[in-house]
Design a protein around this ligand. Structure first.
Ligand code: NAD
Length: 357
């Protein structure tokens, strides 16, 4: 089982080191190879996704990714910015389904800004389509009142589009995920206003005919944003397009109050995947040894389950994380009175120890 390890920038290197430590502790035949990505790769090779890094990722069963980005790269041309590495990996690997579970751990109920009764036991899964929608629609651009060029533009435009096969494949992914959970899919659209999303709704409904055991609910995106904070536990699997998914998955992840806890997976049709924490490179705390590594460690668990066919090992990691939380160990982002504050490496060590027991 070949894993490309791409730590990236900021806290990326610190948190990935802990996930690698945990993976080694499983004593599975894992072949891990590291390569630079993002700002770190730009410094070394002049590009955020150098050919050797891309080749390694493409030749691996899975990619374990840290985070990329730093304010110091904000002035670079867009294709050279660290964040472009993620878009490049998504494109070349054909990653079309982004899974973001939002799970509220019993011990962290108090970390949410919502009332405990709304959040206790929360376990929802947001599935975001990654390859279509307004982010990749053509035409796009800016124009003046008289010609098709800028500067001096007076308007800008992007085109929203989805093809039938794109909607069908993400709908299948959502229904199949729901079959392994509570058998309910909420498809989020804006069919009342946008033709693209009337089409989305029609195609999802068509695919649903193949999954009679799963309940399908349609919801407008504005209502979904509201229901996510009003009654989040009413959801099971939420499936939506690229832009609505971008926004709703961040909203859902913050329901749990702890961005440092939330893993994510982006999968292609072959089961290859890129696994990363939901958060960014956190330049404000980089190098201080205080970042929470649990989102990355939980991403490694998702990797074992979805791309490496090792569900038992994934269960072991998740149980070990529950155990360290039950022991009261907390990095500063999830610390509360009466618990024990630990740093990044100590948290990783504690997970390894919990695995062994
Ligand atoms: P961020 O997620 O990096 O940080 C937001 C806040 O959460 C910060 O206060 C940070 O200290 C805290 N935080 C994040 N992860 C944490 C962890 N594991 N433990 C403890 N605290 C944590 O978002 P940002 O500040 O908006 O962006 C910083 C950089 O990261 C930017 O360059 C941005 O483009 C990039 N970014 C990258 C990714 C990615 O690599 N997938 C995702 C989002 C943002």
């Amino acid at each position: 089982m070949k894993i490309a390890v791409l730590p990236g920038d900021g806290i990326g290197t610190e948190i990935v080191a802990e996930a690698v430590k945990v993976l080694h502790a499983l004593k599975l035949p894992l072949e891990m190879q590291e390569a630079p990505v993002g700002g770190a790769a730009y410094e070394l090779h002049g590009h955020p996704l150098p050919p050797a890094t891309l080749e390694l990722a493409m030749a691996s069963d899975a990619v374990l990714f840290g985070a990329v980005g730093d304010w110091k790269y904000d002035k670079l041309d867009r294709p050279l910015r660290p964040e472009q590495a993620i878009l490049g990996l998504r494109k070349h690997m054909g990653l079309f389904a982004n899974f973001r579970p939002a799970i509220c751990y019993e011990q962290l109920v108090g970390a949410s800004s919502l009332k405990p009764e709304l959040i206790a036991g929360l376990d929802i899964l947001i599935i975001r389509e990654l390859t279509g929608d307004i982010y990749f629609g053509q035409p796009r651009g800016r124009r003046t009142a008289t010609d098709g060029h800028f500067p001096g533009a007076e308007e800008a435009f992007d085109t929203m589009r989805y093809s039938k096969p794109e909607i069908e494949r993400i709908a299948h992914v959502a229904f199949q995920a729901a079959q392994k959970r509570n058998k309910k899919v909420t498809s989020v659209d804006k069919a009342n206003v946008l033709e693209t999303f009337q089409f989305w709704k029609d195609v999802v409904t068509e695919v649903h005919a193949q999954y009679p055991d799963v309940e399908l609910q349609h919801m407008y995106v504005d209502n979904a944003a509201m229901q996510l904070v009003k009654a989040p536990k009413a959801f099971d699997v939420v499936v939506t397009g690229n832009m609505f998914g971008d926004i709703l998955s961040d909203e859902a992840s913050m329901l749990t109050g702890s961005i440092g806890m939330l893993p994510s997976a982006s999968l292609n049709a072959k089961g290859q995947g890129l696994y990363e924490p939901s958060h960014g490179s956190a330049p404000d705390i980089a190098g201080k040894g205080i970042a929470n590594p649990l989102a990355t460690i939980l991403s490694a668990a998702m990797m074992l389950r979805f791309s490496l066919g090792q569900p038992a090992a994934a269960d072991r990691i998740e149980a070990a994380v529950q155990k360290v939380l039950a022991q009261g160990l907390r990095t500063p982002d999830i610390y509360s009175e009466g618990t024990t504050k630990v740093g990044t490496a100590a948290m990783g060590d504690a997970v390894v120890k919990a695995l062994a027991s």
